[in-house]
Design a protein around this ligand. Structure first.
Ligand code: AMP
Ligand code: FE
Ligand code: FE
Ligand code: ZN
Length: 286
């Protein structure tokens, strides 16, 4: 029997559309054996996911940390998945809180730019709709859809809207500091969709070599934003560097069309992650 392992999924604790409880139920319904909850810059969904965990499903508690590489100008944004870290590690807690606050500053500035061009959306309404979850551009996209200005999230991320014209950077965590902090908190850092050129600029392989030296554990290879050639490149690089390789859906509910379990991780890689973790344990119920 194969084990279905999906190590990257979002809930309403950030920019997913299922609550943490709905996410774990959907993961079980999708036939997964293991799912990771990896909301942007928060552990806010962990407890609700644990409480709702269906029998037979194992939950990996994680997060997707908003990082930036300052090796080129302008700095390149990138995402670091972090698994099974101590959610109370003081410096990591502080950094995540700082990034969430920076996201709110950026989000409000984007809305002001839109309003200055006569676009009638409200920041307080967006914050209310986010319901306490980490605010991101998908929440602004949803407001543009509600206002009838765009037809879909994809359109809202186009060049006329949040993808370029109304795009502003946020103040992320330096990627080397993030790797160091995740390890200090007993967690296991994995570079999310490292080669996804369709998302924007990517970093050079030399950076990934340096991150491996700094404590990076793995690379996400199978992901809907990687072409087959990009995924193959990531796998080859991981083999060269002795890094583990993951595959995952990056499920966001109805914000994206990808389904839970669309890409999965081999059990050997999963076991390497669990073996390295010192923060919290996987949670199984039933
Ligand atoms: P932010 O974290 O605020 O910069 O927004 C980035 C988030 O927007 C990502 O985590 C995705 O969930 C979502 N996103 C980015 N590009 C797209 C796209 N083209 N279509 C739909 N969602 C997207
Ligand atoms: Fe997202
Ligand atoms: Fe990501
Ligand atoms: Zn993600």
């Amino acid at each position: 029997m194969t084990t279905a392992i999906d190590l990257h999924a979002h809930s309403t604790a950030s920019d997913g559309t299922l609550t943490p409880a709905e996410l774990v139920r959907a993961a079980a319904d999708a036939g997964l054996d293991v799912v990771a909850i990896t909301d942007h810059d928060t552990t806010g969904g962990w407890d609700a996911a644990v409480r709702a965990l269906p029998p037979g499903l194992t939950l990996i508690r994680g997060a997707e940390i908003s990082c930036r590489w300052h090796g080129v100008e302008p700095a390149v944004p990138l995402h670091l998945l972090a698994y099974l870290f101590d959610p109370g590690h003081p410096e990591l807690v502080d950094e995540l809180a700082r990034v969430r606050a920076a996201r709110e500053v950026r989000g409000e500035r984007i809305v002001r730019l839109l309003q200055a061009d006569g676009i009638d959306i409200s920041w307080s309404e967006i914050i209310t709709a986010a319901g306490g979850g980490t605010v991101g551009r998908p929440h602004i996209a949803a407001a543009l859809i509600r206002a009838g200005l765009v037809g879909s999230t994809t359109e809202a991320f186009g060049p006329d809207w949040l993808g370029e014209r109304y795009r502003l950077p946020k103040d992320d965590i330096d990627v080397f500091r993030a790797v160091e902090l995740v390890r200090a908190a007993g967690g296991v850092p994995v570079f999310a969709h490292p080669r996804a050129t369709r998302r924007g600029r990517i970093v050079p392989d030399e950076l990934i070599v340096a991150l491996a030296d700094a404590g990076l554990a793995g690379l996400e290879a199978d992901h809907e934003d990687h072409s087959p050639a990009e995924a193959a490149h990531v796998r080859a690089l991981a083999a060269d560097l002795g890094l583990l390789v993951t595959g995952s859906s990056d499920f966001h509910g109805t914000h994206k069309s990808v389904r839970l379990g669309a890409h999965t991780t081999a059990v050997e890689a999963y076991e390497r992650i669990v073996a390295q973790a010192r923060g919290v344990t996987p949670v199984a119920s039933g």
